[in-house]
Design a protein around this ligand. Structure first.
Ligand code: SAM
Ligand code: SF4
Length: 338
C-alpha cells in the first residue's frame, strides 16, 4: 500500500490533473482513415518504446506521488503489444493514496484480439474497456478501417461481455456522409447488447489531413436523432468529456463526445505519455517533454516529478479547432494515443 503523502498536480488554470493516458505502442493492425495513413507511417524501433518496467515506473509516480486515480492504456492498438496481461498485472497493484483504492485501469482497443485475451485482461486487473466500432455494415466498416474485420470485432465484443466487463463502451467516430446513417442503428445495437455507444466528433488528427468541419457530425444532432426514436434524458455526472444520456425506458445509456462543437477543455484533467515516452499535456499540444530521456539517464523519481510539474505549468486553457489560429499538432492520433 502506498504512503498517504502526495502532491496534487494543478495546472495554470486551476484544474486538478489526475487522469493519465499511456500509449503502449504506435503500431496497429487497422488503418482507420480518420487516424492512420494507408501506407508509409514509420514505426518506432523496439528500443525506442518504453518497456513495461519504464511504463510501470512512470505510472507509479503519477499515481503515488500525484494521486492520479485513472490510467487508460491506448495506442496504436494496445493489444498488438506482446504479454499485455503482464503489464496489466503490474499496473493493477498501484493504489491511489487519497482513497487507498486500486487505480482505475481502463483500455481502448479496436477489439480485434479480444476473443484471445479478454479473460486474461479481466483476471489481471483491467477494469474498464472501450471498444472502437465505427460501422455495423461490413462494407462501411472495411472502408473506414481499411480492414475487413467487422466479424472479429463483433466477436471481440461478445468475448468482452463473456469475460464480465461492464459497462462496455463502444467508441464510434462519426463522419458525415460515411456512417452518420447508422446513428439509430448503433443505439439499437447498444440496447440489445447491453453496451454503451459513445459517439465521438471527428477531430483534425487524421494522418491523411482530410479533416474538415463539414465532415463533423455535431453531438447535438446525434442526440436529437436518437431521442426521436428512443426518448433520452440527460445524466448528471462529474467532470468527464462525454455528455451522457439515459433512455427514459431504462434500457441503458449513450454518450457523446463533442470535442469539436463543445470542447470540454475547461474541465480537462488529462495528460498523455506517448509510446516513446514523450509527455503531452493536451491531445493538441505542440510542445512535448521527454520523460524517457530522464528515465534512461538514471533520473530519480524526484527529478521525474520536477519535470512533470514543469510540463503541467505549460498546460494551456484549451485547443481552438475551427478557429483561424488553430495549429494542427505534428502527430496524428495513433502516434499520440487517443
Ligand atoms: N486502436 C485503439 C482503438 O482504435 O480503439 C486505440 C487507439 S485509438 C487512437 C483511440 C480512439 O481514438 C479510438 O476510439 C478512435 O476511434 C479514436 N480516434 C482516432 N482518430 C480520431 C479522430 N481523428 N477523431 C476522433 N477520434 C479519433
Ligand atoms: Fe488503429 Fe485505433 Fe488508429 Fe484505428 S483508431 S488506425 S484501430 S490506432
Amino acid at each position: 500500500m502506498s504512503s498517504k503523502s502526495f502532491t496534487p498536480l494543478i495546472d495554470p488554470y486551476a484544474r486538478r490533473v489526475r487522469d493519465l493516458r499511456i500509449s503502449i505502442t504506435d503500431r496497429c493492425n487497422f488503418r482507420c482513415t480518420y487516424c492512420m495513413p494507408e501506407k508509409g507511417l514509420q514505426w518506432l524501433d523496439r528500443a525506442e518504446i518504453l518497456s513495461f518496467e519504464e511504463i510501470t515506473r512512470l505510472a507509479r509516480i503519477f499515481v503515488e506521488r500525484f494521486d492520479f486515480d485513472g490510467i487508460r492504456l491506448t495506442g496504436g492498438e494496445p493489444t498488438v503489444r506482446a504479454d499485455l496481461p503482464v503489464l496489466m498485472e503490474k499496473l493493477s497493484s498501484l493504489h491511489v493514496p487519497s482513497t487507498g483504492l486500486p487505480v482505475d485501469l481502463a483500455m481502448t482497443t479496436n477489439g480485434s484480439s479480444l476473443r484471445l485475451i479478454a479473460r486474461d485482461l479481466k483476471n489481471t486487473g483491467l477494469n474498464r474497456l472501450n471498444i472502437s466500432l465505427d460501422s455495423l455494415d461490413p462494407k462501411t466498416f472495411a472502408t473506414m478501417t481499411r480492414r475487413d474485420h467487422l466479424d472479429k470485432v463483433l466477436d471481440g465484443i461478445d468475448a468482452a461481455i463473456e469475460a464480465g466487463f461492464s459497462p462496455i463502451k463502444i467508441n464510434i467516430v462519426m463522419i458525415r456522409g460515411v456512417n452518420d446513417g447508422e446513428i439509430v442503428d448503433f443505439a439499437t445495437f447498444g440496447r440489445q447488447m447491453g453496451v454503451q455507444p459513445r459517439f465521438i466528433e471527428f477531430m483534425p488528427l487524421d494522418a491523411d489531413g482530410a479533416w474538415n468541419i463539414d465532415k463533423v457530425v455535431p453531438a447535438d444532432e446525434i442526440v436529437e436523432r436518437i431521442n426521436q426514436v428512443y426518448p433520452l434524458s440527460p445524466v448528471v455526472h462529474g467532470p468527464e468529456p462525454a455528455q451522457r444520456f439515459a433512455y427514459q425506458d431504462g434500457a441503458g445509456e449513450i454518450g457523446v463526445i463533442p470535442s469539436v462543437t463543445k470542447p470540454f477543455c475547461a474541465n480537462c484533467d488529462r495528460v498523455r505519455i506517448t509510446a516513446e515516452g514523450k509527455f503531452m499535456t493536451c491531445l493538441f499540444a505542440i510542445r512535448e517533454f521527454d520523460l524517457r530521456k530522464t528515465l534512461r539517464s538514471g533520473g530519480s523519481d524526484d527529478e521525474i516529478m520536477d519535470e512533470i510539474q514543469a510540463a503541467i505549468g505549460t498546460k494551456w486553457a484549451g485547443h481552438s479547432i475551427g478557429n483561424v489560429n488553430f495549429v494542427r499538432p505534428p502527430r496524428s492520433m495513433s502516434q499520440i494515443g487517443g
